[in-house]
Design a protein around this ligand. Structure first.
Ligand SMILES: *Cc1c(COP(=O)(O)O)cnc(C)c1O
Length: 385
């Protein structure tokens, strides 16, 4: 290989820590010395700062993104007998959160350009049981929210954004998470804003939703030992809030670096005919993941691995073909674009500190591997025009 890079990890959390270690160490020490580990003052402070970052009135810290999705759905009273429409192409947690409430996930195939829920298929997924739409801002690019809000408004549905991959992204200038009736974020370590462990957040402009989620995350109590409902133990740790407060200050800068990295990849790979990500005109993408499509994905992954380059697949098996979701009664062919793409997608190394020479090294390795643009089925190519 023609340059000095020898190993490229998929993400490098240690590299990020190096840039903020003094501040983070200090913040952790303060929490440890103050011993307010559960709902300590850092939690409330971070909630305010995160709400303000998102442009929402309220934010409630919880223990994971999955909890944030589930508790948001529960706060709107969604449960058994209800249907929630979501994307066929997403991480399993989106569907699980719906299932945990007792409701049924109803999947919609993806748009071949943005990989997000295809809004033109929304209406055909509606039934008299539909209560909510849960769009996912996959890979860091917002779903097309205006038509989603329009359909929801017309049918009296709740919209909860799965913004677990889209901290700081924008849709027509507005932050991801500020457009629906509520949104869920994950602070899983490798997310664009990642804790040193698990964490999550529900944001909303609705005071009742804030109050419900606050109770649901803390044993159903508003006042200590008076339990208004059967709540959970799903709080955001004070230690994580302290770390996240520091990181939030750098998030826009880190997202900007991710966009630059995406530009470098795009300039090197796009002209060679590789299917690089589309940037929708309405979106400010934050590239949680940089996903390309190639004909022989497994071959490329093996070739890159031999060259010291780590990759990922997000996600190899669509929700409707997962053993856990046999009960939805789907079969192969039900969501053709999602299925087609699941065999072709590969996620390249992407994190804010990724050096330009690594991006070049990865890109040259891809071009040398002899990969060509993915073969898509005629139906899919039509959608791409
Ligand atoms: C990460 C993620 C979740 C779940 O978040 P956790 O914090 O891991 O529970 C949900 N949806 C999407 C799209 C995600 O990427």
């Amino acid at each position: 290989m023609p340059n000095s890079v020898s190993q490229v990890p998929f993400v490098d959390l240690k590299a990020q820590y190096q840039t903020i270690c003094d501040e983070v160490d200090q913040a952790i020490l303060e929490v440890v010395r103050g011993a307010g580990f559960i709902l300590g003052k850092q939690v409330g402070a971070f909630e305010e700062e995160f709400a303000s970052f998102c442009g929402t009135r309220y934010a409630v810290g919880v223990d994971s993104g999955t909890s944030a999705l589930e508790l948001a759905l529960r706060a709107f009273g969604i449960g058994p007998g209800d249907e929630v429409i979501t994307a066929a192409n997403t991480f399993i947690a989106t569907a699980l959160a719906i299932s945990f409430t007792g409701a049924t996930p109803v999947l919609v195939d993806q748009d071949p350009g943005t990989y997000n829920l295809d809004v033109s298929r929304l209406e055909s997924a509606l039934t008299h049981r539909t209560r909510a739409i849960l769009p996912v801002h996959l890979y860091g690019q917002p779903a097309d929210m205006d038509p989603i809000m329009e359909v929801a408004g017309r049918h009296g549905l709740v919209v909860i954004e799965d913004a677990c991959q889209a901290h700081g992204a924008r849709y027509k200038g507005r932050r991801a998470g500020s457009i629906g009736h509520a949104a869920a974020f994950s602070f899983y370590s490798s997310k664009n804003l990642g804790a040193y462990g698990d964490g999550g957040m529900v944001v909303s402009n609705d005071e009742r939703i804030r109050d419900s989620v606050r109770m649901l995350r803390d044993f159903g109590q508003r006042e200590k030992y008076r339990h208004e409902l059967k709540g959970y133990n799903r709080r955001l740790d004070t230690l994580q809030a302290a770390v996240l407060r520091i990181k939030l200050k750098y998030l826009d800068e880190w997202n900007q670096s991710r966009r630059e990295i995406a530009d470098w990849y795009g300039k090197l790979l796009g002209p060679a005919g590789i299917a690089v990500p589309d940037r929708a005109g309405y979106a400010e993408h934050v590239y949680h993941l940089y996903v390309i499509r190639v004909a022989d994905r497994n071959g490329l992954a093996a070739y890159l691995k031999q060259n010291g380059i780590a990759t990922g697949i997000h996600y190899p098996i669509p929700i409707h073909l997962q053993p856990a979701y046999r009960d939805l009664g789907h079969q192969k062919g039900d969501f053709p674009i999602t299925e087609d793409f699941a065999d072709q997608i590969i996620s390249l190394p992407m994190y804010a500190e990724l050096p330009r020479e690594s991006v070049e090294f990865v890109s040259h390795a891809i071009l040398e591997s002899g990969q060509v643009a993915s073969e898509t089925s005629p139906a899919v190519s039509k959608g791409l025009v």
